[in-house]
Design a protein around this ligand. Structure first.
Ligand SMILES: N[C@@H](CCC(=O)N[C@@H](CS)C(=O)NCC(=O)O)C(=O)O
Length: 307
């Protein structure tokens, strides 16, 4: 099986979640640095248009969204597991709920502190191609108090978990930790130290530092061109993790479908449905240059429709 290739950019906090997962699993991986906003001319043909970061590539298999990526890494190297036995559902659902609820309030707090340094073209891209809202400091200022209250209330229950045990679900690091941690990482990395008091982060700092110390595993740089060549030379792997017959919503395998994020960056990716269960969807795409590709998405957060 070929080496995992992560397409990501340094200041992407969802990418930091995956870099840390790669570290927790002590994996060796290739790092492709992508721009912080489109165009991403050698990545888009691999994903079929999915525009968010990060994206994981293993040969000609392309994994979109951190939730599909974590599941792929778990299959690639099961131990140490990020889905503790008996708590798989919690690890999955809690992480998803946290990120869905926390993303905009976190950005609200972030831009309060550093908004004046964000270039106008970035604000424009995030409004027009990603979040659909104006994330400039001025536009988010009226909701600042509300966002702070929201984040503090979430941190309060997180603190109950991670002061009672080492990690959110107990003694073992899980996907839920990585999801909660990454939004706080974005703030602590970029805001002045006063953000700790503002959000009452004190009680969670030992947990925060424990995860920050995990690192990113062993990685080396790969160019986008080299990653593209890897995809071109490879064939998608057989799908062994999804049982046949679990077709959702009356859409059968072999149908032409679109898969679209339901929250933001709503660019549909079109292909042929290969497999689908309650957790994962795989579509096949043929790119004129890259060849045959299997593109993987989580079910959580994506809409599957007949194309
Ligand atoms: N649900 C997605 C969210 C990913 C996400 O929103 N990533 C941010 C970067 S931290 C992004 O894609 N921003 C827009 C972009 O880079 O084009 C996931 O878990 O991967």
């Amino acid at each position: 099986m070929s080496t995992p290739i992560l397409h990501h950019y340094e200041f992407s906090t969802f990418s930091e979640k995956i870099r840390t997962a790669l570290g927790a699993k002590q994996l060796t991986w290739k790092s492709v640095d992508i721009p912080g906003m489109p165009p991403r001319p050698l990545l888009t043909p691999l994903t079929g248009g999915y525009r968010r970061a990060p994206v994981l590539q293993i040969g000609a298999d392309i994994y979109c969204d951190t939730h599909a990526i974590l599941s792929a890494l778990e299959r690639f190297k099961p131990n140490p597991s990020l889905f503790p036995a008996g708590q798989e559902g919690l690890a999955r659902g809690l992480g998803f709920a946290w990120e869905r609820q926390m993303w905009v309030p976190t950005i609200g707090v972030l831009v309060h502190f550093i908004g004046e340094h964000i270039p106008p073209e970035f604000i424009k891209d995030r409004k027009e191609g990603y979040l659909g809202i104006d994330i400039s400091k001025a536009a988010m200022a009226p909701q600042f108090e509300e966002h702070v209250q929201f984040v503090r209330a979430q941190i309060a229950w997180l603190a109950q978990c991670v002061t009672a045990h080492k990690y959110v679900l107990g003694d073992q690091l899980s996907a839920a930790d990585l999801a909660c941690w990454q939004t706080i990482f974005l703030l602590r990395k970029n805001c002045p130290p006063e953000v700790d008091a503002l959000l009452n982060l004190g009680p969670i700092l030992p947990w925060y530092e424990r995860i920050a110390a995990i690192g990113h595993g062993t990685h080396s740089v790969m160019s986008a061109e080299e990653a593209f060549e890897v995809a071109k030379a490879a064939k998608p792997m057989p799908i062994t993790h999804i049982a046949a017959g679990g077709y959702p919503e009356g859409i059968s395998v072999g149908s032409k479908v679109s898969v679209t994020p339901e929250d933001n960056a709503r660019v549909p990716v079109v292909g042929t449905l290969l497999a689908c269960d309650a957790f994962n969807m795989v579509i096949h795409r043929h790119d004129d240059v890259a060849g045959d590709l299997n593109v993987h998405f989580p079910r959580l957060g994506y809409t599957l429709a007949k194309a």
